[in-house]
Design a protein around this ligand. Structure first.
Ligand SMILES: Cc1cc2nc3c(=O)[nH]c(=O)nc-3n(C[C@H](O)[C@H](O)[C@H](O)COP(=O)(O)O)c2cc1C
Length: 355
């Protein structure tokens, strides 16, 4: 039990315990996609986590997919994130920004008029997403990124990393799964390119490796992590051989000396994502998905992971670390308010002291 509450370091990131708050899109950003005072309060409440990973933040206007999600593009957004990170730091916490470019997982109504929906190939995702204008609507079709446009997309991630550090974030995490742009490049179902960013395995892994390299170029690789989930079918993602894809991808980033790999396990499938990450990534692992206290303690105790991340438990329990420490009951989550506007189901989950 004690290992879970002991401090550690992931690259240059200091964690006061191994209980990480997983990234969660909550759709509460302001009119200019800037963090609001409500978001400051939400993250401040959860600062006792060993590390907070922010909700997915778009690195360019083209990268926005969902309504009311924040960016790291404008000065107002930097100023808003500065207030969030200052509040977390004032409580002694550590926080990294998750950079999430949605690529084809988007709807035009959720995006600014001057932005586009781009993807490795012009294949629309099957399924629907929520819009404030008309409720659930089919994903909008994307346009193929031209070969000569790709450097600017990578540059946007680099620039956003600079902005993240200007906001005070301790590090950045690249979102490499859940059907978003890096995963679209990695996967055979979404990448039908015939240039050096598609086709062969070596070409499909090129984009996320170059993005991580660009992010690491800002202030070292030891402030940069990334999130994967080999075989993840979310958002119409499909790959002919996720084990082969991610073995190659992890091999390609192994020499970068990144701060951590954040790996999501899948249930009910043969592929063991955590074993795959451990075998192919030399640095620390943060593991995720549906961990309970006992299992989380066990994997950290055994040294199988440096830390465990929790999403839904942190959503409903701002004082999750304290509750784990004393073995207290957890608040129940209300899924109806995950993505709604305002404080309800966001900043009003009580701590133990408040109940
Ligand atoms: C409301 C909600 C929003 C999420 N948004 C993100 C996100 O922005 N980025 C991301 O990588 N994962 C996101 N996830 C996935 C979680 O980080 C996590 O992988 C998942 O909830 C499983 O962890 P858990 O069992 O601890 O909840 C989201 C999950 C939920 C419930």
């Amino acid at each position: 039990m004690t290992a879970l509450f002991s401090k550690t370091q992931l690259g240059r990131l200091d964690l006061r315990n191994r209980i990480v708050m997983a990234p969660m899109t909550r759709s509460r950003a302001g009119n200019d996609d800037e963090p609001t005072e409500l978001m400051v309060e939400y993250y401040r409440q959860r600062a006792s986590a060993g590390m907070i990973i922010s909700e997915g933040i778009y690195p360019s206007a083209d990268g926005k997919g969902y309504c009311r999600t924040p960016g790291l593009v404008s000065d107002a957004q930097v100023a808003g994130w500065r207030r969030v990170v200052d509040a977390v730091h004032a409580e002694g916490g550590t926080m990294v920004a998750q950079l999430m470019h949605c690529g084809r997982i988007a709807h035009v109504d959720n995006k600014s008029a001057d932005s586009e929906i781009v993807a490795p190939s012009a294949i629309a995702a099957k399924g629907e997403m929520y819009t404030d204008t008309a409720g659930m609507q089919p994903f909008s079709p994307p346009r193929t990124l031209e070969r000569d446009e790709i450097p600017a997309v990578i540059e946007a991630y680099r620039r956003s990393t600079e902005r993240a550090y200007a906001s005070g974030f301790d590090g950045v995490e690249l979102h490499c799964t859940s059907g978003y742009l890096p995963a679209q490049f990695l996967s055979t179902g979404t990448n039908r390119r015939d240039d050096d960013y598609g086709g062969s395995l070596a070409n499909r892994i090129r984009f996320p490796i170059e993005v991580l390299t660009a992010m690491a170029s800002v202030d070292g690789a030891d402030r940069v992590g990334f999130r994967i989930c080999p075989g993840n079918p979310f958002n119409d993602l499909s790959d002919e051989n996720p084990e082969e894809t991610f073995t190659a991808f992890l091999g390609g980033v192994a020499d970068l000396d990144l701060a951590y790999c954040h790996v999501i396990r899948l249930h009910g499938v043969e592929l063991d994502n955590i074993a795959l990450a451990r075998a192919n990534f030399p640095g620390p692992l943060i593991v995720n998905d549906s961990y309970k206290l006992a299992e989380a303690s066990d994997v950290v105790e055994k040294g199988e992971a440096a830390a465990v991340s929790f999403a839904r438990a942190f959503m409903a329990n701002p004082d999750l670390v304290h509750r784990f420490e004393i073995g207290a009951e957890l608040n129940r989550l209300n899924p109806a308010t995950m993505y709604t506007v305002g404080p309800e189901g966001y900043t009003d989950y009580p701590t133990l002291d408040q109940t």
